[in-house]
Write a protein that binds this ligand. Structure first.
Ligand SMILES: *[C@@H]1O[C@H](CO)[C@@H](O)[C@H](O)[C@H]1NC(C)=O
Ligand SMILES: *[C@@H]1O[C@H](CO)[C@@H](O)[C@H](O)[C@H]1NC(C)=O
Length: 443
């Protein structure tokens, strides 16, 4: 007789099938063919119903659950649960009883908990035990009874994955933003540096930070400028300064000679001159300044670029001296009859290359006789015709330079004035001995 499959507990059915397949080899089987009295753990044979019946361990085992746990009987075993736990009893459901895990001890704790050695339920760290399903891009956070998958800082959950947030899209930085995995960094344009909040940019004072200006440095917003001291110009590199050769710029900077110096220039004058107003040269009047070496018996005569010591007594026989620069030929002396009655010494100085014609000296009759006529002429010293006389009126005339002359040069001109009075048959001649020094320069 075969037991019907539908009315046997599953484990008994399996056992019975195994017995059937093995065939009637065992003498026991043939001897006691109706005695199916062995059941799996947790079940016992019920001779009345001829079925294996669940054992209620909660009743049969003393202290099946310890402490605060309550005992719940279950097919093939029992559960210990906290007293507060609610139990959904489907023992009376219509379907077949739930499968009984044969050798496995069931977990008596709620989901997310497991019993420990003291048989109390403790939280399972799903993150540590790799029992979670967080993505590699996610962080696993253990919670009591469960766990949570979250995105790290700087990441955002898009679908199942954590994706880096591009913070740069949100204009966190004043100048430039560099997105980094999970974060971002602000950068500043050259000439700026990050401010204390790491987002705004503040100007760098390059001048205080060793800017490579050779001479002067000016900080400006975002950059700096090099400048040079006066007399220097900025090199093409923008940093170094080179001396300006002012002298090469213009020949009018100095009247005589320009000397370039680092950062400046200076004007120099020839000997006998002094600098006037930085660029002009002025003749030094050695006679006035006392810088001459003329003796007591000499008179100092200044000219452009120097001076001359002339003997105070310049009168030559038969002339006699009547004053510092006047020699007379006494009428009483027969040698004086054909000579100019007086010779007056005068000195003057002119510069080189004057534009011509140039009035250089005016001759004036000192004594005027009524009705007299004065005639003027150059009697000596003008062999090359560099000068001529222009009569102004009866008593005066002008010495005119006719040609440009270049010094250093010296003329001694005898300018004769002949005084005539036809009514009185009077004729007198006097000479102005004019020494003209022509300086070496145009100044
Ligand atoms: C700015 O960045 C520096 C270096 O990364 C950091 O030490 C500092 O705390 C940051 N400051 C602010 C305001 O975030
Ligand atoms: C100048 O000389 C002329 C001619 O001899 C004479 O007529 C005239 O009066 C003189 N003039 C003066 C100011 O002496």
């Amino acid at each position: 007789m075969l037991p019907c499959a539908s009315c046997l507990p599953g484990s008994l059915l399996l056992w019975a099938l195994l017995l059937l397949l093995s065939g009637p080899a065992s003498p026991q089987d043939s001897e006691e063919p109706d005695s199916y009295t062995e059941c799996t753990d947790g079940y016992e044979w019920d001779p009345d119903s001829q079925h294996c019946r669940d054992v209620n361990e909660c009743l049969t085992i003393p202290e099946a659950c310890k402490g605060e746990m309550k005992c719940i009987n279950h097919y093939g075993g029992y559960l210990c649960l906290p007293r507060s736990a609610a139990v959904i009893n489907d023992l009376h459901g219509e379907g077949p009883p739930p499968p009984v895990p044969p050798a496995q001890h069931p977990n008596p704790c709620p989901p997310g908990y497991e019993p420990d050695d003291q048989e109390s339920c403790v939280d399972v760290d799903e993150c540590a035990q790799a029992l979670h399903d967080c993505r590699p891009s996610q962080d696993c956070h253990n919670l009591p009874g469960s766990y949570q998958c979250t995105c790290p800082d700087g990441y955002r959950k898009i679908g199942p994955e954590c994706v880096d947030i591009d913070e740069c899209r949100y204009r966190y930085c004043q100048h430039r933003c560099v997105n980094l995995p999970g974060s971002f960094r602000c950068q500043c344009e050259p000439g700026f540096q990050l401010g204390p909040n790491n987002r705004s940019c503040v100007d760098v004072n390059e001048c205080d930070m060793g800017a490579p200006c050779e001479q002067r440095c000016f900080n400006s917003y975002g950059t700096f400028l090099c400048r040079c001291h006066q007399g220097y110009e900025l090199h093409r590199d923008g940093f170094s300064c080179s001396d300006i050769d002012e002298c090469s710029y213009s020949s009018y900077l100095c009247q005589y000679r320009c000397v370039n110096e680092p950062g400046r220039f200076s004007c120099h004058c020839p000997q006998g001159y002094q600098l006037l107003a930085t660029r002009l040269c002025q003749d030094i009047d050695e006679c006035e300044s006392g810088a001459h070496q003329c003796s007591e018996a000499q008179t100092c005569v200044n000219f452009h670029g120097g001076y001359r010591c002339v003997d105070t007594n310049r009168c030559v026989e038969p002339y006699v001296q009547v004053s510092d620069n006047r020699c007379l030929c006494p009428a009483s002396n027969p040698l004086c009859r054909e000579q100019p009655s007086s010779i007056v010494h005068r000195y003057m100085t002119i510069t080189s290359e004057r534009s011509v014609p140039a009035d250089v000296f005016q001759i004036q009759a000192t004594s005027v006789y009524p009705g007299a006529y004065n005639a003027f002429q150059i009697r000596a010293g003008n062999s090359q015709g560099d000068f001529y006389i222009r009569q102004i009126n009866n008593v005066s005339a002008m010495l005119v330079l006719a040609r440009p002359v270049t010094g250093p040069r010296e003329y001694v001109l005898d300018l004769e004035m002949v005084t005539m009075n036809s009514l009185m048959s009077y004729r007198a001649s006097s000479v102005l001995r004019l020494t003209v020094f022509v300086g070496a320069y145009t100044f």
